[in-house]
Write a protein that binds this ligand. Structure first.
Ligand code: MOS
Length: 731
């Protein structure tokens, strides 16, 4: 009897036991002999110059070995920016740790204290006295001047708006958000001569390798990055941050391994963040709700030294049928550290504005929000002219409405009350582009009938160890325990960033390719081997299951991999699997969702309570429904956080982040979350990639905030256009 396929089964995480027993080494957990500790001193002004650093008290503190700053740090090559494709560094001049006296944002690393213990390093860092010539930082998105816009034009949006029967103009605002993964960012750096090894928290092992090589002027092969476990990321690990370089500088200067762990406070300016936005939308439609024009006028934070942009413009161009679209996307350089992608990057922000606006139009037209969306469902992608590979959005609406009980809804706002609680429901559409990029994976089948599969990817939480094991097991015809999937080492085959929901599509397809190649090698060995029961059988008539090759219609005619390899004196069979992104896509590739929310709002206190949420996802094939649920629930919780709680607050007087801790930066806790339910319209998307996935991890965050805001409007009759939606805004 052959076992059911691993793909599609709700397998628990293969590394789960290691994690819950504390045996999985996260970045700071690696025990490297001779390690000393670095504590970063960060600037206490938001802009200016360092005029002096008094290190005497720190140097005198017991255990302190060295204080390193721009005054005594080596001048590093900082070779030209490897650029976005190799390092995820956005255009600009990346922050150069300890290379000069400039301060470009509040919290910038200005020194590191290295000591024999963590306590001595931390205390020493407090004793360093840095003097500044401070200037007034510019940190307010609403008042600072913007760069030239990126633009998109289709038709004549201004003229179409002029003549539209129905016109709406709104401005939405979203707060800066921080990723706040449970595991802080951490690096241990060690030099052996001119070779650098870092144990690092990263979502892109090869990207960190390339950037460190560029900073120190080394060949990439001289830098090794090891990152087997990542305790959450949400995007914060998608590039190599200054503290990684600081750890490597300190290790080189001291001649010993140095460990640097960012404090929770330092996580707010030592990595990136989801930038704050001002997002203007104008809609024009006819009386029946057919969109005739749409404009998007967007301003977003970036740093003074790098221009960070993200996928803001995609949804407005392709989600709804609209002949006339005009978009302007401006970055606003501020004296802040550079932002980075955060879950559902760009698309989540656009979806709050666009899906709130569509809800406003539905209300204006007295139309059901689902019906309005159905009337604007396009036949193809109007931005590219390409057909959709798969787009099952109508099905998302139908299934969602049925399962959520949408038809029981009284469309009139503020129509449902339970005591002091105003009850409302709302929905929003989610869309995220399916990205995938070139990836490699090495597959080796050993003579004992087990396989080792390797790729330099990460697993920040989606369950990559497990899903890749599933793919390899099915392709090789092995049981999951007989497959050992390894990741997180730059000596492994190269992969794209573990982000943008592209890992399953890219690395998963490479794993499948490598495993199928190895299976084919085994079949060729068998059919040419006079001693094999499969001798002379047509290769196409042979399948692999349960660690055996056998004739398709005759399971008894066959043999195990073990017997085949040992009889042929082969220690192993191996192959390098690959996935290559097509030069040109012939289809518009996107994953879709419909998100439904029910809220209760206390009419006296303005408190918003989420009652239930349903997401219906068209994300292609689902490799593991248990992991998918974990993604979906996490994404909904993240979206609820964005909608109701999360807000990084800056004091514009000096550029300080005033709530750089988990007590004052609010995230949803268990008490905030009730019923979250996910439904997948499981289905292979053959145009997306060989394994048929469209990406799930980003999608599940998108549309959530708008669904909540639309439910708040339905509950209260109050349209809140600024996130997070606070009690104050509802009073
Ligand atoms: Mo995701 S924002 O690319 O980690």
């Amino acid at each position: 009897m052959s076992r059911p396929p691993a793909i599609g089964s709700p397998h628990s995480r293969v590394e789960g036991r290691l994690k819950v027993t504390g045996k999985a080494p996260y970045a700071a957990d690696h025990v490297i002999e001779g390690t000393v500790y670095g504590a970063i001193v960060d600037s206490t002004v938001g802009r200016g110059r360092i005029t002096g650093i008094d290190t005497r008290a720190a140097q005198a503190h017991p255990g302190v070995l060295r204080v390193i700053s721009h005054l005594n740090a080596p001048r590093l090559p900082y070779n030209p920016n490897p650029g976005y494709a190799n390092s995820n560094n956005p255009p600009g001049d990346r922050l150069r740790a300890f290379q000069d006296d400039r301060v470009q944002f509040f919290g910038q690393p200005v020194a590191v204290v290295v000591a024999t213990t963590l306590e001595a390093a931390q205390h020493g860092a407090r004793l360093v006295d840095v003097r500044y010539d401070a200037e007034q930082p510019s940190t307010d998105l609403t008042s600072a001047p913007a760069d030239d816009p990126m633009t998109y034009e289709r038709g004549d949006a201004e003229a179409a708006l002029q003549s539209a029967a129905v016109k709406l103009a709104m401005t939405y605002r979203t707060a800066r958000n921080h990723h706040n993964p449970m595991e802080p960012h951490a690096t241990i750096a060690r030099w052996n001569g001119l070779r650098l090894t870092v144990w690092d928290k990263t979502q892109w092992v090869p990207g960190t390798q390339i950037e460190l090589a560029a900073v120190f002027g080394l060949p990439a092969a001289s830098v090794r990055v090891i990152s087997p476990y990542v305790g959450g990321g949400f995007g914060s690990g998608l590039r190599c941050w200054p503290h990684v370089v600081v750890a490597a500088i300190a290790a080189r200067e001291l001649g010993r391994p140095v460990k640097v762990v960012l404090s929770r406070r330092q996580m707010y300016f030592g990595t990136g963040f989801r930038p704050a936005y001002e997002y203007g939308v104008r809609l024009g439609s006819d009386r029946s709700g057919r969109l005739t024009a749409m404009t998007h006028d967007v301003r977003a934070e970036t740093s003074s030294y790098e221009t960070f942009t993200e996928g803001i413009m995609g949804a407005g161009q392709m989600l709804y049928t609209t002949a006339n679209v005009s978009q302007q996307y401006r970055t606003v350089p501020l004296d802040v550290n550079t932002p980075i992608w955060m879950r559902g990057p760009g698309w989540a922000t656009t979806s709050f504005a666009l899906e709130s606006a569509i809800d406003e139009l539905a209300h204006e037209l007295n139309l059901d929000p689902l019906e309005l969306r159905r009337r604007n469902e396009p036949a193809n992608d109007q931005s590219s002219g390409l057909p959709f590979s798969t787009r099952r959005l109508r099905e998302c609406y139908t299934v969602g409405a049925r399962e959520f009980g949408w038809q029981r809804r009284n469309p009139k706002p503020r129509s449902t009350r339970e005591g002091d609680w105003l009850i409302g429901t709302g929905m929003a559409t989610g869309v995220y582009d399916t990205s995938r990029n070139n990836a490699l994976a090495h597959v080796r089948l050993d003579a004992d009938g087990t396989a080792v599969v390797q790729a330099a990817t990460s697993d920040m939480g989606p369950g990559t160890y497990t899903s890749m094991t599933q793919v390899a097991a099915d392709s090789l015809g092995l049981a999951m325990p007989d497959v050992d999937f390894r990741l997180g080492d730059s000596t492994m085959p190269r992969v794209p960033p573990h982000g943008g929901s592209q890992t399953m599509a890219s690395v998963g397809s490479a794993v499948q390719d490598g495993a199928l190649q190895v299976r084919q090698l085994a079949i060729q060995l068998a059919v040419a081997d006079g001693r094999s029961p499969l001798y002379g059988v047509a290769p196409g008539n042979i399948v692999a299951t349960d660690g055996r090759l056998h004739v398709t219609n005759n399971p008894r005619r066959g043999e195990t991999y073990q017997r085949l390899l040992s009889r042929n004196n082969r220690t192993h069979l191996e192959a390098l699997g690959s996935f290559e992104r097509p030069a040109q896509d012939r289809f518009s590739l996107h994953a879709y969702s419909a998100v439904f929310a029910e809220v209760a709002v206390d009419r006296q206190l303005g408190l918003v309570r989420l009652r239930r949420m349903l997401g219906v996802y068209d994300a292609g094939r689902i490799i593991n429904p248990k992991l998918a649920d974990s993604q979906a629930i996490g994404g909904m919780v993240g979206g609820i956080g964005t909608a109701l709680l999360e807000h990084t607050v800056t004091d514009h007087r000096d550029g300080r982040i005033v709530n750089a801790n988990l007590a004052d930066y609010l995230v949803p806790v268990n008490a905030d979350i009730t019923q979250l339910r996910a439904i997948y319209l499981d289905g292979h998307d053959a145009e997306a990639d060989p394994i048929g996935v469209k990406g799930l991890g980003e999608l599940v965050m998108i549309g959530v905030a708008a669904a909540v805001a639309n439910a708040v409007f339905h509950a209260t009759g109050r349209r809140i256009r600024e996130l997070p939606i606070t009690a104050e805004a509802l009073l």
